[in-house]
Write a protein that binds this ligand. Sequence first.
Ligand SMILES: Cc1cc2nc3c(=O)[nH]c(=O)nc-3n(C[C@H](O)[C@H](O)[C@H](O)COP(=O)(O)O)c2cc1C
Length: 187
Amino acid sequence: MNDTRRIILAVTGATGMLYVEPLLNLLAAEGVAVHGVISDSGRQVLRLELGRKPEDLPHVERWFACDDFTAPMASGSSLYAAMIILPCTTGTLGAIAAGYSGNLIHRAADVSLKERRPLLLAVRETPLNRTHLTNMLRLHEAGAIIIPPMPSFYQNPKTLDEMARNFAGRICDQIGIHAAGMKRWGG
Ligand SMILES: Cc1cc2nc3c(=O)[nH]c(=O)nc-3n(C[C@H](O)[C@H](O)[C@H](O)COP(=O)(O)O)c2cc1C
């Protein structure tokens, strides 16, 4: 991660909205500012799963509309340390893998790759078809980090929130932010 303490969080319309708030809390605790962008489907799934609007989520400095190509994150000249797509649909995965900048999320991801900044995709689907797997490999080879929301159970999480926090901590680790209080194996 470069020394800019600001990242992009993109939320797309896959299931797994419970991971978003724990991630925002960990980032805020580490002094990382967040610019947010959410797809139309992301809004719908956020409402369906949590009964919330993006504006209800904590610690997002500013939300940008998904069709706002004038947003700072649409240009490589704006500095961000990293971009996280959580959760990430296979549709968004496919668009980014194809270099198709159809909305601000795709464009910001394309910019992250060309600027060689960390791009994390928490791709959520099961089972995976050949196209999903090929797109993931293509983006891995382009420098992205594919980090599906696969919870671990060896730390015996007692609540869904604890499980989500553990996964959010794994995301933070990938961008060089080692959240205080993270349970670590052998630690
Ligand atoms: C409740 C709900 C859950 C969904 N879960 C997933 C999912 O886990 N993975 C996925 O790829 N698409 C999922 N979808 C479908 C996407 O929302 C849909 O393909 C959408 O067009 C993706 O657009 P986006 O990538 O711009 O958000 C879900 C849709 C709904 C309504």
